[in-house]
Design a protein around this ligand. Structure first.
Ligand code: AMP
Ligand code: MG
Length: 488
């Protein structure tokens, strides 16, 4: 048996999903099995053959003990409410406990139609599957809470998008797939008992310490606000643009989910948008913290009737929690930015130092990731690399003086600061052109060498790796403006 399933969602939340089966596909081939994650999840890989694994990860056979189901949810998509969404191209096979007893969902993505597919085919293309594999595993290695990739297979069939493309299935692992939208679905239908049932389940699964509290539902809102403030600060610190922060794509656990039109910035631009459909820039880099708060307000609305029977009082309590979000976020972010500059303990006054650097980076189109590596070199006595980013070195030099003063005030040695900086400033991120190269070579020639090479580099993003300089550089000019698409 590959998985030791323990299916709490299927057993405890009847009425919150539809049971269904995955589609049968012609000739599945294994692209990648994440053996490190498999062993962390206690999977019995050794006792299963490749052919068994292929059957399971392609959806051709339901693994023993699974109870495949599609979860129902709603969601605000680009600000507008869609009452009826759900897993339209995904199936939850079941849950497993990892070596520490922590519970994880095992989900197939791209495994065929479900009752929530609407007009879609329920399938996934090879490109988006590889993209999600690379991005989610890179985020994990960077230390950002995220869903992970356990396996990727091609199905041997062509699916229709703008043109026929190879079909694929990703096996996704998440601490759960409960979204803000899951709460919205039942709240919007006035099914308060179901909202309560879901909240109780969620608290027991993700925030068990709240079970005994006086107002567990208000505390649940608070806990999700905390988790999202931390998560979004981590995105901002590494320059990650999620691209489609709809409420159905925001988890209650605080993990990043749904790697569709996401990308990492190269040159620093607060207005960076990559998604081909985000014409207004709703989900631009700088909008991510306020959008997170907007989404959390939708969660608060869904929980209101549980928070207090007096609606006015419930609104008062929830508003107080929501209003704390910007400060919680800013604290995480400023502390993180200070660490990126080799400063151990952030002071409120540091925000000017940080924001002035960002303004300079914006003005001179400086590569966000490279600059922090090059700032560490300044502390080791080499200014040349950092200088190269600025057409006008004078203003940057003035900033450097302020930075040195601040470091002296902190009382840290340069060596200490360099160590701190190397722990938080990645050398390797999934550079957009490298991701595209890996996908292109897989799509055109079934050649996964670049995909594997990129994954290997991204597994150790903070470690200098010999001979891997090409992965540190931004895209060449001819790569042009990067556009990404919803992962269908
Ligand atoms: P997303 O924007 O990727 O989060 O997807 C939004 C909704 O569309 C979700 O409910 C998905 O399940 C559904 N969806 C996306 N692509 C497909 C597809 N190819 N077939 C069926 N449903 C889909
Ligand atoms: Mg989604």
């Amino acid at each position: 048996m590959l998985f030791n399933f323990d299916n709490s969602y299927a057993k405890q939340l009847e009425g919150f999903y539809s049971s269904c089966q995955s589609a049968v596909v012609p000739t599945p081939k294994l692209i990648k099995l994440n053996s490190e994650l498999a062993s962390q999840l206690n999977l019995n890989i050794e006792s299963s053959t490749i052919s068994d694994q292929l059957k399971i990860f392609s959806g051709n056979e339901s693994p023993q003990g699974s109870l495949p189901l599609a979860q129902v949810y709603s969601g605000h998509q680009f600000g507008g409410f869609s009452p009826q969404l759900g897993d339209g191209r995904a199936l939850l096979l079941g849950e497993v406990l990892d070596e520490n007893g922590q519970r994880f969902d095992i989900q197939l993505k791209g495994s065929g139609r479900t009752p929530y597919s609407r007009g879609g085919d329920g399938k996934a293309g090879l490109g988006p599957v590889l993209r999600e594999y690379i991005l989610s595993e890179a985020m994990y290695a960077l230390g950002v809470p995220t869903t992970r990739a356990l396996a990727a297979v091609t199905t041997g069939e062509k699916i229709m998008r703008e043109m026929p493309i190879p079909g694929a299935v990703l096996t996704r692992v998440a601490s759960s797939h409960i979204r803000i939208g899951t709460f919205q679905y039942f709240a919007s239908r006035g099914e308060v008992d179901k909202v309560r049932q879901l909240a109780n389940y969620t608290i027991a699964r993700h925030y068990p310490e709240l079970m005994q509290s006086d107002n567990p539902y208000l505390n649940l809102l608070e806990a999700v606000c905390d988790a999202q403030a931390l998560l979004v600060s981590k995105w901002m610190l590494i320059g990650f643009v999620h691209g489609v922060m709809n409420t159905d794509n925001m988890t209650i656990s605080g993990e990043t989910i749904d790697y569709g039109p996401c990308a990492f910035i190269d040159s620093y631009d607060p207005a960076a948008v990559y998604s081909s459909i985000d014409k207004q820039g709703r989900y631009a880099l700088q909008n991510q913290p306020p959008i997170a708060q907007w989404n959390l307000t939708r969660l608060a609305e869904a929980l209101l009737s549980l928070i207090d029977s007096d609606q006015e009082h419930a609104v008062e309590l929830a508003t107080k929690v929501l209003n704390e979000f910007p400060e919680k976020y800013s604290k995480h972010w400023l502390q993180g930015m200070c660490c990126k500059l080799g400063i151990n303990n952030a002071q409120e006054s540091d925000s000017a130092l940080v924001n002035d650097l960002l303004a300079l980076m914006h003005e001179y189109h400086v590569d966000y990731t490279l600059l922090f590596s090059d700032l560490a070199k300044v502390l080791s006595g080499d200014k040349e690399a950092a200088h190269k980013h600025f057409a006008n070195v004078m203003t940057f030099e003035q900033w450097l003086v302020r930075w040195h003063d601040r470091l002296a005030h902190e009382g840290m040695t340069s060596d200490d600061s360099v160590v701190l900086m190397s722990q938080v400033n990645p050398i390797y991120i999934p550079r957009n052109h490298k991701v595209e190269e890996a996908i292109e070579s897989a799509m055109k020639n079934e050649d996964y060498t670049k995909f594997e090479a990129l994954l290997t580099v991204l597994t150790q993003p903070y470690q200098q790796q010999a001979g891997k300089d090409e992965y540190t550089q931004p895209a060449p000019k001819e790569f042009g403006a990067y556009k990404t698409f919803c992962g269908t």
